[in-house]
Design a protein around this ligand. Structure first.
Ligand code: R1P
Ligand code: URA
Length: 242
């Protein structure tokens, strides 16, 4: 089956997929795999397929924001992907998890506009427990801080005149904010597949991102390297557990 937006054939996809915002990160992830082939680069969606320890893995970039990412997740699932792991970046809510730390998202606050068009807001955006366990174990095997907990998914990146809801979600116990995990978790639940996410913290959520946002520091690059390794290791664990 031809997937019309990703521009790939479903027969070429693997049951495990690693997804990320940035097409260049997708390429970096693919470089960690064996027997890699680039299948397509259509819009923001760059798709590779390769193997780790003989396990086929698809890697796809989904761009920035939940609506575009949702299109990618839906097509991957339609194409036969059964486990999706997002490898992203996020802003921290706490000095306890400073930039360079990793966070495994157990569930996401639905502060975006997409998922309420799919299912009522009372429906949770929650990760698959086996994927969380595999990601957390794998991340702990890398050097550096890793925590697991609730993340927030927001549409807006730069603040306007409205207050961002960070203070109340921090008070409620959330640990980081990004832009696509809630869409991933809701769509995975609706379509009956597994999903999880790990993010590298690249700064603080309450900073003025127009002034200070820089995800290209050595500290962040090191954390992204660690989360990529953790995601691939997590897939090897999940494959061994089945
Ligand atoms: O690094 P990625 O995976 O793109 O994730 C985060 O970075 C982007 C914002 O710069 C948003 O997509 C956000 O969710
Ligand atoms: O959405 C995001 C992603 C990375 N860093 C942030 O502060 N916010």
């Amino acid at each position: 089956m031809r997937l019309s937006i990703l521009q790939v054939n479903s027969e070429d996809l693997a049951p495990y997929a690693i997804v990320c915002g940035d097409p260049f990160r997708a390429e970096a992830i693919s470089r960690k795999l064996d027997n890699v082939r680039e299948l397509a680069f259509s819009r923001e969606y760059r798709t590779f397929v390769g193997e780790s320890s003989g396990i086929p893995i698809t890697v796809v970039s989904h761009g920035v924001g939940s609506p575009g990412a949702a299109v990618c997740f839906e097509e991957l699932i339609k194409g036969g992907v059964k486990t999706l792991i997002r490898v992203g970046t996020a802003g921290s809510y706490s000095a306890d998890v400073p930039p360079g730390s990793l966070v495994v998202s157990t569930a996401a606050v639905r502060e975006e506009g997409l998922t309420r068009q799919l299912v009522p807001l009372g429906f949770p955006a929650v990760a698959d427990q086996d994927v969380v366990r595999a990601l957390f174990e794998a991340a702990q095997e890398t050097d550096g801080l890793v925590q697991k907990g609730i993340t927030v998914t927001l549409d807006a990146f730069f603040q306007g005149v409205e207050e961002f809801p960070h203070a109340k979600y921090k008070q409620a116990g959330a640990i980081a904010v990004e832009m696509e995990i809630a869409a991933l978790y809701v769509i995975a639940s609706l379509r009956g597949v597994r999903a999880g996410a790990i993010v590298a913290l690249d700064g603080y959520a309450d900073a003025d991102l127009r002034e200070v946002y820089d995800p290209h520091t050595d500290v962040v690059s090191g954390a992204i390297e660690r989360e990529i390794d953790a995601a691939i290791t997590a897939i090897r664990k999940l494959n061994a557990w089945k």
